[in-house]
Design a protein around this ligand. Structure first.
Ligand SMILES: NC(=O)c1ccc[n+]([C@@H]2O[C@H](COP(=O)([O-])OP(=O)(O)OC[C@H]3O[C@@H](n4cnc5c(N)ncnc54)[C@H](OP(=O)(O)O)[C@@H]3O)[C@@H](O)[C@H]2O)c1
Length: 265
């Protein structure tokens, strides 16, 4: 494993949840952090706390990553700060659970831009430096949603299937250049995501969610070992891999039961 005290780690969506959890773990190992999300105050609070605790350097960039120009703006900011990224964690993302037509088209587009397009754009901007230096790590946050379609969260599941396919393909392409691509595929995790996406009342969230710390511990260990796919939690792992051997119509029926929108009691 590389010495993180000489590495610069960019984490999108670091103002809460899994992104914050990973930022805490990288900071504990002494990495310089570049933290990105919309809520700049939360990022600044976190960065100040981590600097006090671990004496790390940090840069905070408050930016909405769901616009077509966001990746370019972020990259220009990195250049202004003279930063070269050693580890890129494409974590920012959101979902939404409802009938496909009940979700405004603008929200579908925003989700596709954030979860897929910005992720690809950032990777496209940052990867060439990694290839030139023959070292680097890219971590893309997919989901157990990456492994099968999800009725009522159709676009979200499709974006996460894209993230897994993109990550696996790219990992094979760039490994000969010394660059690792990891796809982190968490199952339901107790962050703000559940309430924001309205999935927190779904069966699998109520009965099968993991703590953010448990997910981040497994994720951090796995990405430091340069694993290609990380699925935290044995149950998530079994579900993710059993879909390969289960008839598609059964998977779709099960997912429909799990994903059917429910009102909070
Ligand atoms: N929690 C789960 O059950 C679960 C399961 C599988 C996969 N995931 C994936 O894990 C990743 C992290 O989610 P989480 O669970 O940690 O959820 P979270 O607590 O809601 O965190 C999402 C992060 O993304 C940032 N973000 C959202 N929209 C953004 C935008 N337009 N521009 C910039 N940053 C934005 C948020 O910051 P701001 O609001 O400050 O911008 C926040 O830091 C996501 O990709 C999600 O799809 C989550």
């Amino acid at each position: 494993m590389t010495d993180l005290t000489v590495e610069t780690v960019l984490i999108t969506g670091a103002s809460g949840g899994i992104g914050e959890g990973l930022a805490r773990r990288f900071a504990a190992d002494g990495a310089r952090l570049v933290l990105v999300a919309r809520r700049g105050e939360r990022l600044q609070q976190l960065a100040t706390e981590l600097q006090t605790r671990h004496d790390i350097e940090h840069v905070v960039i408050a930016l909405d990553l769901s616009t077509p120009e966001a990746a370019r703006i972020l990259y220009q900011d990195l250049e202004l700060h003279g930063l070269t990224i050693d580890i890129l964690v494409n974590n920012a993302g959101f979902g939404r659970n409802d009938d496909f037509t009940a979700i405004p088209m603008a929200e579908h587009v925003e989700m596709m831009q954030l979860n897929m397009v910005t992720l690809v754009q950032l990777t496209h901007l940052i990867l060439p430096q990694m290839i030139a230096r023959r070292r680097g790590t890219i971590v893309n946050v997919g989901s157990t949603a990456s492994f099968q379609p999800g009725p009522y969260s159709t676009v979200y599941f499709a974006t996460k299937a894209f993230v897994l396919s993109f990550s696996e393909g790219l990992s094979q392409e760039v490994r000969e250049h010394g660059v690792t691509v990891t796809c982190l595929c968490p199952g339901p995790t107790r962050t703000d995501f559940g309430a924001r996406s309205r999935m927190d009342q779904n069966w699998n969230f109520i009965h099968g969610s993991m703590s953010t710390d448990a997910v981040c511990d497994v994720a951090y260990r796995g990405l430091r070992r340069r694993k290609r796919i990380i699925v935290p939690g044995i149950l998530n792992w079994i579900l993710a891999f059993s879909v390969r051997f289960t008839p598609r119509f059964l998977i779709l029926q099960l997912m429909q039961q799990w994903q059917r929108p429910r009102k909070a009691p």
